[in-house]
Design a protein around this ligand. Structure first.
Ligand code: GLU
Length: 313
């Protein structure tokens, strides 16, 4: 097998990317619809890469914890895929790109309470209902999974962020009630949202997230401990979903510009997977109008170009 990328080139490249990131400081806005996120200093940047042996390279504020927000939707779906039968998930939520904003109500109404995919808010809330209705200790399990995957026992929920989201839950609650009205959600809405908001409020650094997602570059096996997280087939399925649905209504543009499966969060993090090679996490809090990190996107473009990684050919 050919050497997939030049390891000696990686650290200088990450350093160059981190040094160039401040050029984009000032572009975009932090997510202020969640007040606790609006308090984050906007002009920060971190990047980390984890290869399939678990080795991590980092630059900038790669060890600063941030709110992973929607990146947690992937981790929750992984728990669902580990524990539930396929029809229990995929009769309740679709697998198609939405082409609509991450928190849109319109499509959910038109499609009678069945969310397009598990990575828009409605779909992620639905996945949380699947979990909360079956797993007593779901909060504990979510935190343990993040700790185990990242190999960092200090990972925790940022309770202030979770509370802030609950205090400003109106739109996510509306999505949940709409699904309830259509008979696709059965649990108490607040119980479901509490799980969803706690996942979003997991505080992890770029190094943590890159390590935690390395299993998706490694056929489903976590390089930290050699444990299978999901099967090789589920790994392909998750990467396919990330490529088509991971960046909301900018998924097509992300595939065009970066060409990797990825997931963004309104905390400013983006995780991306180079199958068979590495997982990458970038973080910078200012977002574009789609809710994706401006400097993070630029950094991923530079990294992919600099390393010449191109899984799509
Ligand atoms: N907690 C955020 C929300 O529900 C997550 C959105 C995101 O990160 O894209 O609005």
């Amino acid at each position: 097998m050919p050497e997939p990328f030049d390891r000696h080139q990686l650290q200088p490249l990450l350093d160059r990317i981190a040094a160039a990131a401040p050029r984009h400081f000032g572009e975009g806005e932090v997510a202020d619809y969640i007040p606790a996120l609006a308090e984050v200093a906007p002009d920060q940047f971190g990047i980390a890469v984890c290869d399939i042996n678990g080795k991590v390279w980092r630059a900038g504020a790669a060890d600063t914890a941030f709110s992973i927000q929607s990146i947690s939707k992937v981790l929750n779906l992984v728990i669902a895929m580990q524990r539930l039968d396929e029809p229990d998930i995929w009769t309740r939520v679709g697998r198609e790109p939405s082409g609509h904003a991450f928190n849109s109500m319109a499509q959910l109404e038109e499609e009678k309470g069945v969310p397009r995919n598990p990575f828009i808010n409605a779909g992620a809330v639905l996945v949380c209902e699947l979990l909360v209705s079956r797993i007593m200790s779901i909060h504990w399990m979510m935190r343990e999974q993040a700790r185990r995957l990242a190999g960092n026992p200090a990972i925790n929920f940022d309770d202030r962020v979770a509370r802030s989201e609950m205090d400003h839950k109106a739109r996510n609650a509306a999505l949940a009630y709409l699904m309830k009205a259509y008979g696709n959600l059965h649990s108490e809405v607040n119980d479901v949202l509490d799980v969803y908001f706690h996942g979003c409020a997991l505080a992890m650094s770029c190094s943590d997230v890159a390590r935690a997602f390395a299993f998706l570059a490694n056929g489903g096996v976590n390089p930290q401990d050699g444990q299978a997280v999901v099967t090789p087939q589920q790994t392909r399925q998750l990467n396919a979903l990330l490529l088509t649905c991971g960046l909301y209504d900018a998924a097509g543009d992300f595939a065009w510009r970066v060409g990797l499966p990825g997931k963004s969060g309104v905390g400013g993090g983006i995780v991306a997977i180079v199958p068979g090679q590495m997982s990458i996490c970038v973080w910078s809090p200012r977002l574009d109008s789609y809710g994706n990190s401006v400097a993070g996107l630029r950094a991923l473009e530079s990294l992919v170009e600099g390393l010449g990684v191109a899984p799509l050919g």
